[in-house]
Design a protein around this ligand. Structure first.
Ligand code: CU
Length: 370
C-alpha cells in the first residue's frame, strides 16, 4: 500500500510540476487543453489525499504489531475513526478515477463536434471545484454509522455541490455539441454511453448495503471511467501507434458495450431497491429473473471488450498507416507526428490560440522552424 501510495503521490507531483514549469511558449493557463486541467485537478487530490491512506495503514500496523489502541474498541480505540480516515482518502479517490475521464470527454466532444469548447473556463474551473469540494464530502459514507443529523445534513449538502460542478460540465458538453458538425465515429459513440448516477442523500439509508450501492458504484466506474477510457483509446490510438483500426468493428463493439453495460447494472439498481442485500451469494427465488438479466448483460459487455482487444491487436499488427491527424482535430497533441517521437516535438510549437479552436481553418499553433 505504501509503495502504490507513493507512486500515486509522486505521479501527481510530477504532473503538477510539469504543468507549472514546462508549458510551451504561448501556452497560458487559459489555453491549457481541458484534459490537462482535469489531470491537474486529479494530481492535487493524489498529492493531498493519498498520504492520509498511508497514515491510516501505518496506524493499523502499529495497532496490530504494538498493541496500540487507535481503532480497535478492545484496546480503547474507535472503529468509526478508521472509517473517517479511510473515506477521507477513498472518497476523493473516486475523483482520481472520474476527473481524467471528464477531461477526455471535454476533449473528444469538441473534436467530434467541430466546435470550440462551450464554456471553456467553466469546464476547467469545475474540475478544480470537484477536487476541492471532494475533500469535504467523506461523511456521506457514514450516514448509518451513528453520525448526528446535523453532520449528515452538512455532508449531504456538500456532496450535492459535486453534482452542481458535474452538471456544469454536462451542460457545457451539450452546449458544445449543439449545432456542431458531429462526426459519429467510435470515440463519439462512447461519449453517448458516458453517464453517471446520482444517489440522493435521504435515500442512502434505504439503499445502504443493498445491491443498489453495487450498481451505483459500477454504473459510475463503467459508465464514466471505462466509457471515457474507451473513447480515449479510440481517439488517441492513431496518435499513439500511427495505425488505424476498423471503424465498423469499433462501432459494433461500442454498441455491444453500451447495451451490455445498461443490461448489467439497471437490473442491479432494481434488485437493490427491492431489498436484495450486497455481499450474499444467495437470494430469494423472486430475484432470479433480474439476476439472470444482469448476468446476460455482463456477457454482452464481455463480448464487447473481447472484440476491442481482437480488432486493436489486428490494427497494431496489420493496420493501415494512419495520417498524422486523422480526425482533423485542433488539439495541440496532433501538431506532432503520429506516433510522436520520444521527445514529443521536433520543434516546440508556439501556441497562439485556444485548444480546439474550430473558428479558423489555420492549424492551432505557429511552428518555429529551425
Ligand atoms: Cu463518497
Amino acid at each position: 500500500m505504501f509503495i502504490v501510495g507513493f507512486s500515486s503521490i509522486l505521479t501527481g507531483l510530477n504532473f503538477i510540476v510539469t504543468t507549472h514549469t514546462m508549458r510551451g511558449e504561448g501556452l497560458t493557463w487559459m489555453r491549457l487543453p481541458l484534459f490537462v486541467w482535469a489531470s491537474y485537478a486529479t494530481s492535487i487530490i493524489q498529492v493531498i489525499a493519498t498520504p492520509v491512506l498511508g497514515i491510516t495503514v501505518l496506524i493499523v500496523s502499529v495497532e496490530r504489531f504494538a498493541g496500540f489502541g487507535m481503532f480497535d474498541p478492545a484496546r480503547g480505540g474507535d472503529p468509526v475513526l478508521f472509517q473517517h480516515m479511510f473515506w477521507f482518502y477513498s472518497h476523493p479517490a473516486v475523483y482520481i478515477m472520474i476527473l481524467p475521464a471528464m477531461g477526455v470527454i471535454s476533449e473528444t466532444v469538441s473534436a467530434f463536434s467541430r466546435k470550440n469548447p462551450f464554456g471553456y473556463k467553466a469546464i476547467a474551473m469545475s474540475s478544480i471545484g470537484i477536487a476541492f469540494v471532494g475533500f469535504f464530502t467523506w461523511g456521506h459514507h457514514l450516514f448509518v454509522a451513528g453520525q448526528s443529523t446535523f453532520d449528515a445534513g452538512a455532508f449531504g449538502i456538500l456532496s450535492m455541490l459535486v453534482g452542481v460542478f458535474t452538471a456544469i460540465k454536462v451542460f457545457n458538453w451539450i452546449g458544445t455539441m449543439y449545432r456542431g458538425a458531429i462526426a459519429f465515429k467510435t470515440p463519439f459513440a462512447y461519449i453517448c454511453g458516458f453517464g453517471v448516477a446520482l444517489a440522493t442523500t435521504s435515500l442512502d439509508i434505504h439503499w445502504h448495503d443493498t445491491y443498489f450501492v453495487v450498481a451505483h458504484f459500477h454504473f459510475i466506474m463503467v459508465g464514466a471511467s471505462v466509457m471515457a477510457f474507451l473513447a480515449a483509446l479510440h481517439y488517441w490510438f492513431p496518435k499513439m501507434f500511427g495505425k488505424t483500426y476498423h471503424e465498423g468493428w469499433g462501432l459494433v463493439a461500442a454498441s455491444l458495450i453500451i447495451l451490455g453495460f445498461n443490461a448489467t447494472f439497471v437490473p442491479q439498481f432494481l434488485l437493490g431497491n427491492f431489498g436484495m442485500p450486497r455481499r450474499y451469494y444467495q437470494y430469494p427465488e423472486h430475484f432470479q429473473a433480474l439476476n439472470v438479466a444482469s448476468t446476460a448483460g455482463s456477457t454482452l459487455l464481455g463480448f464487447g471488450f473481447l472484440m476491442i482487444v481482437i480488432y486493436l491487436v489486428i490494427a497494431l499488427r496489420w493496420g493501415q498507416q494512419s495520417e498524422q491527424n486523422p480526425w482533423g482535430s485542433k488539439g495541440f497533441e496532433w501538431l506532432t507526428a503520429s506516433p510522436p517521437p520520444t521527445h514529443n516535438f521536433d520543434e516546440i510549437p508556439t501556441i497562439t490560440q485556444m485548444p480546439h479552436d474550430y473558428r479558423t481553418h489555420e492549424p492551432p499553433g505557429v511552428i518555429h522552424v529551425g
